[in-house]
Design a protein around this ligand. Structure first.
Ligand code: XUL
Length: 542
């Protein structure tokens, strides 16, 4: 007989990931083997929403939104594809999910009853079109709320105080500042909102057939939650908008079961009506789970639309200058720290275009033509206003070995300057919030590029591993579905590591070269000094 709390090999656990550009699903079985994966790409599969990279960018370049109904349509399409593939919905014991962090969804007073009374004969899109108080959801790429950020810091007693309370100083993309702007610019939309959800809790609400809670890990990305008390900060809510607590609802630990899946999905797709819905969380917290980062010093670098570096911490020490502290999604008493670069993959792709480099192998060849340290040439590539270090405007700033500004670099120097700069910045700012790796786990699109991983190993001086599984947020959601299910079955919190005992090992991808690492150690102070100069230059142009 199988012990209570131990999943059977024929049970499935499903993880969804509603990211900036796509909606993905990964199913694992009770032995943690990945059994199926599906993707819907917003631009390609739902062209009627006319997004580019899943988003709409306003002419000022600062306001960035996505249509929330597109995320609903994506769920219809994803589940239809799974059904056409004979996916065994009935075997799913639990599901959970991931959402791009910070994005907010404004649901009007019809939403709750509509979610509770979904007609299984109709797609979701046809039933939920008019349940939004706002049809453009601000997302994490939005950087239009500087005034609201400064106002929050002033009201709470400064950037350090906001960081100490909420885990981060006020950041433009953090949801509270976004809500403040909506309240100020469009009070009618705020007034019409019955519930303000994160992307994660919104997607969960669709599957739950009712309002799903915001979890404490994704909730840490709002500048509204006390990361130690795990509850809203009244003064932050008051500063943001009136009657906000009721619109946000109560927070929940990420491992908690929010309820069974809505009858709609049981009837339309033959899910087991008892299938458990484990609270959804943000993409970075889910990636922490997907990469099984358990020990301090196990640190991941995710190279995607945004580049992020994150790892688990016992005690938080938030900085007002960089990085974020979130509640840990698989250890409600623990924390995670994270540094984010907005300018990740798109900036790397732009370098390819700018220098007419036809392919990634050609990029690797160019990278190999220059030595670690790039003969003293350093660049800062803020295609968009950067998050770390924070800038108010974009701009590219290159410095030669004598610190003189250069208009351009030859292609082979420029690609190295770009990759080295992205990783030196992660190292510099990560160290400030306690992220000191003993090893690195690389994930995301660019982690398939060996030359890039070798620069990463050399900058940090530690081995770089790579998971075979690229979609760490969706996988993390599947792992968390299993974790939440085990906790519920056991009627007690079970440590994640115990629930996930069988998880696969990662493969070594790059080892550091001592000499190259020494070159980067030497470079770091100069890099930090030039970074300050680049930030001043970017802000001067703002
Ligand atoms: C994290 C952040 C991004 C988004 C989208 O703070 O802004 O990583 O979560 O991936």
């Amino acid at each position: 007989m199988t012990a209570i709390g131990t999943p059977r090999s024929d049970q499935l656990f499903l993880g969804l990931d509603s990211s900036t550009q796509s909606l993905k699903a990964i199913a694992i079985d009770g032995t943690l083997r990945v059994t199926a994966e599906y993707t819907v790409s917003f631009d390609e599969d739902l062209p009627e929403y006319e997004t580019k990279g899943g988003v709409h960018i306003a002419p000022d370049g600062l306001r960035v939104t996505s249509p929330p109904l597109m995320w609903v349509a994506a769920l219809d399409l994803l589940l239809a594809r799974m059904q056409a593939d004979n996916f065994a919905f009935a075997d799913v014991a639990a599901l959970s999910g991931s959402g791009q962090q910070h994005g907010s969804v404004y649901l009007n007073r019809t939403a709750r009853s509509r979610l509770q009374a979904l007609d299984p004969e109709q797609p979701l899109r046809d039933q939920l079109g008019d349940c939004f108080a706002l049809d453009a959801s601000p997302i994490w790429m939005d950087s239009s709320t500087t005034a609201q950020c400064r106002a929050l810091e002033a009201a709470l007693g400064g950037a350090q105080r906001v960081a100490d309370l909420t885990g981060s100083r006020a950041y433009e993309r953090f949801t509270g500042n976004q809500i403040a702007k909506i309240y100020q610019d469009n009070p009618a939309a705020y007034e019409a909102s019955d519930r303000i959800a994160l992307v994660s809790s919104f997607m969960a609400s669709l599957l739950l057939g009712g309002y799903a809670p915001i979890d404490t890990a994704d909730g840490s990305g709002m500048n509204l939650m006390d990361i130690r008390r795990k509850d809203w900060v009244p003064a932050a809510l008051d500063q943001t908008a009136p009657d906000l607590a009721a619109r946000l609802g109560a927070v929940s630990p990420a491992h908690a079961v929010a309820g069974p899946i809505a009858g709609y999905f049981a009837k339309r797709y033959a899910f087991d009506p008892a299938c458990r819905l484990v609270t959804f969380s943000g993409d970075n917290p889910n990636s922490l789970a997907g990469l099984l980062l358990r020990r301090a010093g196990d640190i991941a670098v995710s190279l995607g639309t945004s580049d992020t570096m994150f790892g688990a911490l016992r005690a938080p020490s938030p900085s007002p200058d960089e990085g974020h502290i979130f509640v840990n999604p698989v250890d409600p008493e623990g924390y995670m720290a994270m540094v984010v670069h907005k300018n990740g993959s798109l900036t790397r792709e732009q370098a390819l275009g700018r220098h007419k480099i036809g392919s990634w192998p050609a990029f690797e060849k160019l990278l190999a033509q220059t030595p670690p340290g790039n003969n003293g040439n350093i660049g800062f590539y803020f295609t968009d206003p950067e998050i770390t270090p924070p800038t108010h405007a974009g701009g590219t700033f290159r410095f030669d070995r004598a610190d003189a500004q250069a208009a351009d670099f030859p292609a082979e120097t420029d690609v190295r300057a770009l990759i080295e700069s992205q990783f030196l910045s992660l190292r510099l700012h990560g160290e400030h919030i306690g992220l000191e790796p003993g090893m690195l786990l690389a994930t995301g699109g660019a982690s398939e590029n060996m030359a890039i991983l070798s620069v990463l190993a050399n900058v940090f001086g530690v081995p770089v591993y790579r998971g075979d599984q690229k979609n760490s947020a969706a996988l993390g959601a599947a792992y968390r579905a299993l974790h939440g299910w085990v906790c519920e079955q056991s009627a007690a919190f079970v440590p994640f590591a115990d629930a996930l005992g069988n998880a696969p090992a990662f493969s070594l991808a790059a080892e550091p070269d001592t000499q190259a690492h020494a070159a980067y150690n030497k470079m770091l102070d100069r890099y930090a000094r030039l970074e300050k100069q680049a930030v001043e230059l970017a802000n001067r142009d703002a």
